[in-house]
Design a protein. Structure first.
Length: 619
């Protein structure tokens, strides 16, 4: 009988932390590849169709757009939508959301694979619940529900009139003669824009593993971000994959997507091979429904309060007596540390002591999660291979109640490629691992996205050129250079979103809303004041970066000890940029307070302003 308890971590004196840490380092070392991110193949060139084709909606013909607008927003996912909503609130109605997808949603438009759900608390993750009056059905909402809510937001703010779907941005060039951006697309558009906002998000472009013989395989291949229900059977929201009952299927990857997909493939496929480099941490799900009475009783501002509480627990520190409102794997370490401190009468511990306690609790939580594997997977060898040996936040934490039991099915086999650092090769009929060929009918890539510091790969835009043709890719080659994380010298009237040199919130949509508010303020103020060009001065940008780095928290030792993933540039410590940028070390809400004070001053301090009267009129 297993002694595993899904909610209780083993005591610190019952685990050998030095030995576990050594195990973590050994497991990291055998997974690091010298190719780092170059081990992946971009979905361009001969693989472009995997990225560019929309299997869900036909492309509707339209005439090219050649007019002028106030703002072009590159993206119509959460980030682009939040920016658009804040522009509306700031009084700016003349703009376009330009997106490759056929509707609003971004990653929630493209990802329709079986089992798709958010893996964060939906009451935090799904934005603007108070403004739209929407109640998520469960703690972890299904993808089809989230995509429907994206359409609700778009209708609520009247965004459809400003949307250009099934459109890929190809070029973005600054024109000093008219002080406008020229935005060119694959649909023949040539739009002149006063402002441009880059809001593509990090989960924008699928990537493929670079396996020898990729072009030799004659079976079916697709990426989870372009799920083919014609082949598998079923449909979005009804993942009954009946057409796989006579198919041998392999899926590459065991990250957050595969954790949700594998139970469905295991249920329906004749044979399933799960190809794993690094296992995920997978806690119990407990996907409980939302209580309508509780939801209706929430006071004004409840969602922002819940997001702040979640951020404290997941990324900073819960205050003495502050409850954990979310109560899942993301908040467990802080919740447990606070319980210990409460039992001790809330001693006044130093930041160093608090960090030490968190580290010990990290090891304890991971021991609990490894014990969960033993409790749920019958075969000891398979169970051992599925155990995560790394610190808690080295990879995206997951929760699922069906993933581990799937490996008890006789038709499911784990192919662990940590030792061989990937499959040996693909053949016409399948794949080769350790000299043995496995015949398959279908290969599914759950290999993630271009979440990389190589921005040209991540964004997929041929040219983004500012003053004197300076490429943003070259300008940021050795690291980000921004003012407030959202503008850059040499790139006038351009705004950046996401993880650059700004605050990072545990709930991404909160980050995007606040960035959109700041962008909306600057753009609307420029228009009100008759300002044609807004650009950070070099001095202000240098001062901002200097202060940002003076308050930075150095977590490089932690990151460099992690197993390779997109969190740490696939273990490449030489890279100058990080996927999460250079976050404000004093904390997200300190960053937001700084921006609020800057806006309230009303001076646009640090920005060079060129009045409209000094310009030639736009054509």
């Amino acid at each position: 009988m297993s002694l595993y308890n899904p909610t209780v971590c083993p005591p610190a004196d019952q685990i050998d932390i030095p030995a576990i840490r050594a195990k973590y380092l050994a497991e990291r070392d055998r997974r690091i590849k010298k190719e780092a991110n170059d081990q992946y193949v971009p979905t361009s060139g001969k693989y472009a169709d995997i990225y560019e084709h929309d299997p869900y909606n036909p492309v509707v013909p339209r005439d090219p757009i050649t007019g002028e607008t106030d703002v072009v927003i590159l993206g119509a996912g959460y980030c682009g939508m939040m920016v658009a909503a804040q522009l509306k609130k700031a009084g700016i109605d003349d703009f376009y959301n330009v997106d490759h997808g056929g509707d609003f949603g971004g990653t929630w438009y493209w990802n329709r694979y079986p089992g798709i759900q958010c893996d964060n608390d939906a009451l935090c993750y799904m934005p603007l619940l108070e403004e739209t009056g929407y109640m998520p059905s469960r703690k972890f909402a299904d993808g089809i529900e989230i995509q429907a809510h994206c359409r609700i937001i778009a209708k609520h703010f009247g965004l459809y009139d400003n949307a250009l779907f099934h459109t890929l941005i190809k070029t973005v060039n600054w024109d000093p003669a008219i002080n406008r951006w020229h935005v060119g697309t694959n649909r023949g558009d040539q739009i002149k824009a006063r402002f441009v906002v880059l809001a593509m998000g990090p989960l924008n472009k699928p990537k493929l593993p670079g396996i020898l013989g990729m072009d030799d395989f004659k079976g079916k291949m697709f990426h989870t971000a372009r799920w083919d229900y014609e082949y598998t059977g079923g449909e979005w929201g009804r993942p009954e994959l009946e057409k796989l009952k006579d198919k041998r299927v392999a899926i590459i990857g065991t990250g957050a997507t595969a954790v949700q997909v594998v139970p469905y493939l295991g249920k329906y496929a004749k044979q399933l091979y799960v190809i794993q480099r690094t296992p995920s941490t997978i806690d119990f799900r407990n996907n409980r429904p939302t209580d309508p009475e509780w939801f209706a009783a929430q006071p004004d501002g409840w969602q922002n309060a819940r997001i702040e509480n979640f951020h404290h627990a997941a990324m900073e520190r819960l205050s003495p007596g502050e409850p954990d409102l979310v109560e899942d794997i993301w908040t467990e370490i802080s919740r447990n540390v606070n319980a210990e401190l409460e039992a001790e009468g809330w001693p006044d511990v130093t930041p160093e002591e608090f960090a030490r306690r968190r580290e010990v609790m990290d090891y304890r939580v991971m021991e609990r999660l490894r014990a969960r594997v033993d409790a749920m997977v019958n075969d000891p060898e398979t169970a051992e291979a599925l155990k995560p040996y790394y610190r808690y936040l080295c990879k995206r934490p997951c929760s699922n109640d069906d993933f581990y039991p799937t490996f008890n099915r006789p038709n499911v086999k784990l192919i662990d490629v940590a030792e061989t650092q990937g499959l040996e090769r693909l053949t016409e009929n399948g794949f080769v691992h350790k000299g043995e060929e496995y015949e398959i009918d279908c290969l599914i890539f759950a290999s993630g996205y271009e979440v990389t510091n190589d921005l040209d790969r991540r964004w997929g835009i041929d040219v983004i050129a500012g003053r004197e043709g300076l490429s943003i890719y070259d300008y940021w080659r050795e690291g980000f250079q921004t003012f407030q994380g959202m503008m850059a010298h040499n790139f006038p009237n351009m705004f950046f979103t996401g993880f650059t040199q700004a605050g990072a919130n545990a709930t991404n949509s909160k980050t995007f809303i606040d960035q959109g508010r700041h962008i909306g303020y600057i753009a609307s103020e420029a228009i009100k004041r008759g300002v044609a060009v807004v650009e950070p001065t070099q001095e202000a940008q240098d001062a901002y970066i200097a202060h940002l780095r003076s308050v930075a928290v150095d977590n490089s030792a932690y990151v460099n000890e992690c197993t390779p993933s997109y969190f740490n540039n696939e273990g490449d410590a030489t890279k100058k940029r990080h996927i999460f940028g250079e976050p404000w070390g004093e904390g997200y809400y300190a960053f937001e307070a700084m921006l609020q004070r800057w806006r309230e001053a009303g001076e646009l301090k640090g920005l060079s302003l060129t009045p409209e009267a000094a310009l030639e009129p736009a054509e």
